[in-house]
Design a protein around this ligand. Structure first.
Ligand code: S3P
Length: 424
């Protein structure tokens, strides 16, 4: 296990380019694998999750060539994997691929690490089974990874998401490409829309309503893809710059489409000085005096992955912040409700868990945040949130299990050095 110690009272300055968006990267590889002609993906995330998906589509039969620049050229062709596919820590990888392979005429086993083997898979097994898929999992209810998927002819369904989840929506939409007849997914709260946007760009017949999307089966003609910067990674620097005194930082070329820019709205409501250049996607954040806010359950899917770092902002802010409807955070890479409470406890901010609500009373300013040692619990976002908390606090923060950052952001430590002068 790798531990790092970040000394506090830092400023966040300069310009940064975060890795390519993880959600878009997974989907770009999967859609490319379904096509016939070569296509090039630029700016792909270099995190382990996406590396796993790259290997997965190769194992399924696509040809993948990576240039020194990091550009990846994929020549599609899915014909089945010879051995189980290991998706590591990636919930997006395993859930979306389950939908992608369900209608093919071969059997696939999808597996992952200890965390993935505990995360709920019934949420995709249920709708895919309703489409005619055959999926057997492990555990008492057969609803945990590893998942063995025996390809079957599928039929289109009409499905209302029981939880706000882009992963579930996307698993169903990928399966829909090989189903008989159209498939419609309804969602009460909008979740990230990458799958529908990218399938439409790949020539798939698709109709989007205000709270639904319908996909018809058909061929996929993947275009070349330029992956923009990941807003979930940008959020760490934006919060660092808002919370730390004398800071002024720009994150370049950030994707801010549906359900991805919610953290900026929340921070602005808290009083953050953030400007967005919508043409370039550059996000500029400057030191601000933050006040508590209420993040509603409807708002949460739009900032679901940013809650750990927003909780750090809330801890530094003056007054109370409430995150409502946080149940989904319990089934992420770790139980983030518990992990956030543990981190905030070390920072000296009061944190209460009340059913599905996480309530935080801030200490009023960054320099009042305490220090200590925290374990990442193998969760990349908790590791990065803790490192930023350390950088803005009055003491120092030791983050154990820091290697978890490799899941999505292998250059995080280098960027911390670049933007704050911290030396590892
Ligand atoms: C993702 C959807 C979200 C998010 C995850 C990536 C995606 O998960 O937390 O990091 O790429 O579709 P849920 O759909 O389970 O909320």
């Amino acid at each position: 296990m790798t531990a790092i110690t970040v000394e506090g009272k830092r400023q966040f300055t300069g310009r940064l380019q975060v890795p390519g968006d993880k959600s878009i990267s997974h989907r770009a590889l999967m859609i490319a694998a379904l096509g016939q002609r070569p296509c090039t993906i630029r700016g792909l995330s270099n995190g382990d999750d996406v590396v796993r998906t790259r290997h997965a589509v190769e194992a399924l039969g696509a040809q993948v060539a990576m240039a020194e620049s990091g550009d990846v050229t994929v020549t599609g062709g899915v014909c089945g994997a010879r051995s189980p596919i290991d998706l590591g820590n990636s919930g997006t990888g395993i859930r979306l691929l389950a939908g992608l392979v369900a209608g093919f005429d071969f059997t696939t086993t999808l597996d992952g690490d200890a965390s993935i083997r505990q995360r709920p898979m019934d949420r995709i097994i249920n709708p895919l089974t309703a489409m005619g898929a055959s999926i057997s999992g492990s555990g008492a209810n057969g609803s945990l990874a590893p998942l063995t998927i025996e390809g079957r002819p599928l039929r289109g369904i009409e499905y209302t998401l029981p939880v706000a989840s882009a992963q579930v929506k996307s698993a169903v939409l990928f399966a829909a490409l090989r189903a008989e007849g159209p498939t419609t997914v309804h969602e009460a709260v909008p979740t990230r829309a990458h799958t529908e946007e990218m399938l439409a760009a790949a020539g798939v017949r698709l109709e989007r309503g205000s709270s639904s999307v319908t996909v018809w089966p058909g061929e996929v003609e993947p275009p070349d893809v330029e992956v923009p910067g990941d807003p979930s990674q940008a959020a760490f620097w934006v919060v660092g710059a808002c919370v730390a005194p004398d800071s002024d930082l720009v994150v370049e070329n950030v994707y801010l489409g549906q359900a991805r820019g919610g953290f900026i709205e929340v921070l602005r409501r808290m009083g953050a000085d953030i400007t967005v250049d919508s043409a370039s996607g550059d996000v500029r954040a400057r030191s601000s005096e933050l006040k508590g806010t209420r993040v509603t359950a409807e708002e949460l899917p739009g900032c679901i992955d940013e809650v750990p770092i927003l909780a750090v902002a809330a801890a530094a802010a003056e007054g109370d912040t409430a995150f409502e409807g946080v149940g989904e955070l319990r089934v992420k890479e770790s139980d983030r409700v518990v992990a956030i409470a543990q981190l905030l406890d070390g920072l000296g901010a009061e944190c209460r868990i009340d059913g599905d609500m996480l309530a935080i009373t801030g200490v009023g300013r960054a320099e009042a945040l305490g220090s200590g040692t925290v374990d990442s619990r193998g969760d990349h976002r908790m590791a990065m949130a803790a490192a930023i908390a350390g950088a803005v606090g009055r003491g120092s923060m030791t983050v154990e299990g820091f290697e978890a950052t490799n899941t999505s952001y292998p250059s995080f430590a280098r960027h911390l050095e670049h933007s704050t002068g911290w030396t590892p």
